[in-house]
Every structure is written in structure tokens, then in C-alpha cells.
Design a protein around this ligand. Structure first.
Ligand SMILES: [Mn+2]
Length: 334
């Protein structure tokens, strides 16, 4: 359903200072959407700060060539200056826990909050929701906002939005890709986004640590239930041993569902701050958002996640026993 962008237009009309933020462990959609949104707001003459609870993974440094666009909440030199922002624009999330360290600040934030997102809602966040769960990416929604508000697709904005859409569709391969996705991509390429350049920057700058981590995870890939369920677990010690960094696990989950016959793929990643991040992916009829919801997580039908308290072996056991039940009896669409 198309979004009515009037509430955003009204806030732009009546306010000058905007804070833009996104979820923890930001991905291409999160960061690319921020580039698009901040560009639009600045074109409207607004003062914009883009502040995230996680630092920007090196993979996405090309979205911020000067290193000044994305600010990191915990290392701000004057955190109190953030309270000067009048409107909070929250992108690509609909749950308090996805805000990480910034959740407290956003809860206290006295001005209007706007959420622009495509996830199944978990929390109301006390916000104006500009949401389309059928959108392939938040980046697509920002492109709509640019159209609706008469913004310009500069090369910078187009690069951010193409990164956003390409990453949330698995580079135009997943089931959320349709003709409209490719039309949006074509428009962004016409506006100056270099698709080959972006691909090279994202996928052909692997570190040896990242490739070794992928190798280790694949070596330990487990398959059960006649090959319908595949999973792998990555511990903090694996990162240390291989020289990988936490963002290097970003696309690892895709290998689980690349295996023939797999209906549900799981990836368990031990978190430095405690607990385990679990990713759920399907290429069949399994509802990943529903399974993740049983662990206070969420996302989309085909891709979801949850962060669960406990040690790596405990969480693996708990999730597997839940998931085995979800896959019995045989899931449709095999
Ligand atoms: Mn997204």
C-alpha cells in the first residue's frame, strides 16, 4: 500500500533540526537509507545529524568518504548537543531492542519521532509510522519520499539508495525482487549510482579474516531433519582466531539456504556484549518472523532475527528444539 508522505512533509515544513538513526549492526539498507534521507532533508535546508548506536562497518565506508557523515552514539564528543534535534527519523526498524544503546535517548526524546520501515511491527515506539511491509527495502521507501517531496536524486543519494535496495534483495536475487525493484534500480543508475562500482566496493574488498571465517563456518555447517534444516554457529573465539570482525558475518546466513533441500537456515553468532544473535532464513513457506517472534525477535517472513540471552550452546539447543517443532509436520512448498 502506498505511503501517504504528508506527515513527513509537515514535519519538514515546521522543523529545522533532524536526527536520523537506524538499527544496531547496520546493514546496507540501514546505512544507504540514511544517506538518502539525510540528502533529502539537507536539500530542504535542514540541519541533519546521522547518529547510530553501532559504528559503521568498514565495508560501507564508501557511503561516508570523509568519515564525517555517520556519527557513533557512544563516542560522541558532546552527546548533550543531540538534544537540540527537534525531530527523530528512525529508519529500517520497528522494535526498541533494535535501537541498541540509543533506545534510552529515543525514549526520552521530546520531539516527534517518525519511523520509516518495511519490517513487521513489534513495538509502537511512540512514533508516526510510515511503513510498507511489502517494500523490498527501506531504501525503496526513501526513494518514494524523494519523489513525493520533490527531492533531487543526486549521485550521493542515488548511491545510498541503490546500495540499500541491492543489499536487502540479495543483489536482486531474492523473492522480494520484482519488476518495480529493477525500475527503481534503473532510475538510481540513471541518476549516477555506479552499480558495478558499488558491487566491487561491497563484495570485492574481502579481508583474509572474513574469508577464513566463512571457511570455518562452512566446515562446521550442520544439517538435520533430512536436510530440511541447516545451521552454523560462530563464537567470539572464531573471530579472534581468523582475524575477522563482527560485521564479517553479515551474509554468512545465505550459505545455509543455498544448500539443496534446505527449508530453514539458521546462523548463531555469539555477541561480545553477551547473548547470541540468531538469524532465520527460508526459501520455502516457513514464517521466519513468527519463529523469531517466539524469542522476542522479528523481521520478515523470509528473513528474521532475534538476540537471545544465554551462552552459545544453550541458545543453539533452545532454538533448535523450537525450530524442529515448527518444521513438523513437513512444511509446505518443499
Ligand atoms: Mn531493510
Amino acid at each position: 500500500m502506498p505511503i501517504d508522505w504528508t506527515p513527513l512533509a509537515d514535519l519538514i515544513e515546521t522543523h529545522d533540526r533532524f536526527l536520523v538513526t537506524t538499527h544496531v549492526r547496520p546493514d546496507g539498507d540501514a546505512l544507504g537509507s540514511e544517506v538518502g534521507m539525510a540528502g533529502l532533508l539537507r536539500q530542504k535546508g535542514k540541519n541533519v545529524r546521522v547518529v547510530n548506536s553501532s559504528p559503521t562497518p568498514p565495508r560501507y565506508d564508501f557511503l561516508d568518504p570523509e568519515g564525517t557523515f555517520f556519527e557513533h552514539f557512544q563516542t560522541l564528543s558532546s552527546p548533550e548537543s543531540l538534544t537540540e534535534c527537534e525531530v527523530a527519523v528512525i529508519l529500517d526498524l520497528s522494535a526498541w531492542n533494535q535501537l541498541g544503546e540509543m533506545a534510552g535517548f529515543i525514549r526520552e526524546f521530546s520531539g516527534p519521532r517518525v519511523v520509516i520501515d518495511h519490517h513487521v511491527s513489534q513495538d509502537d515506539l511512540g512514533a508516526i509510522f510510515l511503513k510498507d511491509k511489502t517494500a523490498e527495502a527501506t531504501g525503496t521507501l526513501i526513494l518514494e519520499a524523494v519523489h513525493a517531496l520533490g527531492g533531487m536524486l543526486t549521485r550521493e543519494v542515488a548511491t545510498g539508495l541503490l546500495t540499500a535496495i541491492a543489499m536487502d534483495t540479495g543483489w536482486f536475487r531474492h523473492s522480494n525482487t520484482d519488476a518495480g525493484t529493477l525500475r527503481a534500480a534503473a532510475e538510481l543508475i540513471d541518476a549516477g549510482a555506479g552499480i558495478d562500482r558499488i558491487y566491487r566496493l561491497l563484495f570485492e574488498r574481502n579481508t583474509l579474516g572474513r574469508l577464513r571465517l566463512i571457511g570455518e563456518a562452512l566446515t562446521r555447517l550442520q544439517v538435520e531433519m533430512d536436510g530440511r534444516l541447516a545451521y552454523a554457529a560462530v563464537g567470539l573465539d572464531d573471530l579472534h582466531r581468523t582475524g575477522a570482525i563482527p560485521p564479517d558475518t553479515e551474509d554468512l546466513i545465505d550459505y545455509t539456504v543455498s544448500l539443496r533441500g534446505v527449508e530453514l537456515g539458521l546462523l548463531f553468532i555469539e555477541q561480545a556484549r553477551g547473548g547470541v544473535k540468531v538469524s532465520f532464513r527460508t526459501r520455502s513457506g516457513v514464517d521466519c518472523a513468527a519463529i523469531a517472534g517466539r524469542f522476542s525477535g522479528g523481521g520478515h517472513r523470509a528473513a528474521a532475527g532475534a538476540t537471545i540471552a544465554g551462552t552459545l550452546p544453550e541458545v543453539v539447543d533452545r532454538v533448535l528444539s523450537e525450530v524442529r517443532q515448527a518444521l513438523e509436520p513437513s512444511a509446505p512448498g518443499r
